[in-house]
Design a protein around this ligand. Sequence first.
Ligand SMILES: [Mg+2]
Length: 168
Amino acid sequence: MSKISLAPDKMFDNIYEITPALLKADGITTVIFDVDNTIAPYSVAHPTKEMSEYLFSLRDNGINVAFASNNDGQRVEKFNRTLGFFTISKAKKPSRRAVRKIMRKFGASKEQTLVIGDQLFTDCLCAHRAGVRAYIVEPIDRKDEGWFVKVKRIFEKPHIRHFKRRKA
Ligand SMILES: [Mg+2]
């Protein structure tokens, strides 16, 4: 079995640090966003002005934007209503199915595709299983996280440390 890395390719405090210029410099044409705790907290049903403007700024710079969420269709469709991006709900990440589907949809290569999320065991793993990069952001609101996510956070720690060591 080949070894799939759980260490993120880059880490950021929030999505807004991942600018269109940075994505272009990294050769990215297609960005697959996680929604919950990456763009918005679980409790926020609709995008704020800041979120919408950021996502539209990517689109306006020629970057394909898509959502892949493990959450249900109702949550994702409601969030996407005013945005209108290509969306996959119940994505079953770390399955790479959603990533592959979005790459096919936009005709993007592995090198051109990026997953942005907040969880190593879902977002980072689905990216690396599909052979694409993963940029990980700090989860927006940890207090909203259920027990299962909290347990996963404990197991994320050594991989985060590995990323930080590698960078140093
Ligand atoms: Mg998330």
